[in-house]
Design a protein around this ligand. Sequence first.
Ligand code: SME
Length: 160
Amino acid sequence: MYDFRPDAALGKPELYRQLTDAAAALTEGERDGIANMANVAALVWEYLPDLNWAGFYRTVGGELVLGPFAGRPACIRIPFGQGVCGAAAASATTQLVPDVHAFPGHIACDAASRSELVVPVVRDDAVIAVIDLDSPSPARFDAEDAAGVEALAAMLASRI
Ligand code: SME
C-alpha cells in the first residue's frame, strides 16, 4: 500500500519536493510509461489541493492525445498550438493561466475549470507529453506551482 499524503501545513516548495520524491519512488525501475503516468496522476490528485483535473497528454503522431488522469472525462486529441495544452506543447514552455476564460482558444473540457497550469515534459529536445492541472478557483497556480511541476516533469522525462 502506498500512503504519501502530505502534511497540510507544508509550504509549496516543500510540498512539491515531497511530491517529486514520492513520484520518483513510485516510478523507480518501472519501464511502462503509461503505468508511471497513471500512478503520478493519482499521486498529484491526492497531494495537491483545489484541483478538478490532473493528468497527462502524450505527444502521439504530432498531436496531443489524452493520457492517464484524475478528474472528469476530457477531450481526447488536441493539436499542437491549440488551447493551453497545445500552447505548452508548441512552445515547449510552461503555461500559467490565472483565468482560463481570458485565454484565447482555451478548450473547456470541464466547465468548472477557472485556472490552469500546463508544463511540457521534454526529452531529447522534444515535447513528449504535457502535465495539465486544472482548478475550479481563479488564479489557483503561481510561480511556485510552476517551478514545482517543472521539477516533477524533469524527473519524469526519462520514465514516461
Ligand atoms: N483546458 C485544456 C484542455 C485539457 S482539459 O483542461 C483536461 C486546454 O485548453 O488545453
